[in-house]
Design a binder for this molecule. Structure first.
Ligand code: PGA
Length: 268
């Protein structure tokens, strides 16, 4: 895959409610992309679909897109009712794994330590981890964004070898910008300048732990209310390697324009 490949990660969360709908969605995405008639589409866009885990094995491996799992467990096997081991996810076709998504942290009490253990489990596999970090509204309003992101990165990467860095993706998702966390209907995303600042911050923290040239190459993506309208301003943040899309990845109507604009980003 080329260095300029842009990651578009679809996080379906606990949707849709049937395998049939999930299959239809994937089929419609593929059909829509085919109709764009861009022969180099899949060289420029790395589409990763993260459906509910129960659909993974049954959705099949797409010709072009990859599958990701929304959560994994840190233990390799055993008496952990309801959990999914890394090896199982891989066997079901997942090539990527979201780790430490804010909804896991908020609703299921996932801690920085658990995120670190999950990252350790994942880097031992062939899957690419996507480590999610982001401040909540209160932390942001209190001016704690830098402290929170630095802490999340430092603990997630605790004792992770530098050799694993090139395969890890970091998703910056300010919690307050996630569509379902908002009280109003505003489609507000973070200010592109602020996102640029966070990308610099993450790389700085990583270069303090590891070394600058390796840290500079870590891929950082943005998530939080990405939609067909605001994608253009995110594409201007040229240090971003991709986007993580929740709500807008559940309809062809919203998702295709995002893919199309991401594909044409160099011409924007
Ligand atoms: P959203 O979700 O695009 O609906 O804000 C993003 C996410 O939580 O991954």
């Amino acid at each position: 895959m080329s260095k300029n490949t842009f990651l578009v990660v679809a996080n379906w969360k606990m949707n849709p409610l049937t395998l049939k709908e999930a299959e239809r969605l994937v089929k419609n995405f593929e059909g829509g992309i085919e109709r764009l008639n861009k022969r180099d589409f899949w060289e420029k866009i790395n589409l990763i679909i993260c459906p509910p885990a129960i659909y993974l094995g049954r959705l099949g491996r797409g010709k072009h897109y990859s599958l990701g799992i929304q959560n994994i467990y840190s233990e390799t096997r055993g008496a952990f009712t309801g959990e999914i081991a890394v090896r199982m996810a891989e066997d079901a076709g997942a090539r990527y794994a979201l780790i430490g998504h804010s909804e896991r942290r908020i609703h299921f009490g996932e801690t920085d330590e658990q995120v670190n253990l999950k990252l350790h489990a994942c880097v031992k596999s062939l899957m690419t981890p996507i480590v999610c970090v982001g401040e909540n509204l209160e932390e942001r309003n209190n001016g704690e964004t830098t402290r929170v992101i630095s802490r999340q990165i430092r603990s997630a990467f605790h004792r992770i070898s530098i050799l694993n860095l090139p395969k890890i993706v970091i998703a910056y998702e300010p919690v307050w910008a996630i569509s379902t966390m908002k009280s109003g209907s505003s489609a507000e995303i973070d200010d592109p300048n602020d996102i640029m600042g966070i990308v610099i911050l993450i790389k700085k923290v990583l270069s303090d732990i590891y070394q600058k040239d390796v840290a500079d190459r870590v891929r950082i993506i943005y998530g939080g209310s990405v939609n067909p309208t605001n994608i253009a301003s995110l594409l201007e943040v040229n240090t971003l390697s991709g986007v993580l899309v929740g709500g807008a990845s559940l309809t062809v109507f919203d998702f295709l324009p995002i893919l199309r604009k991401a594909y044409g980003r160099e011409e924007e």
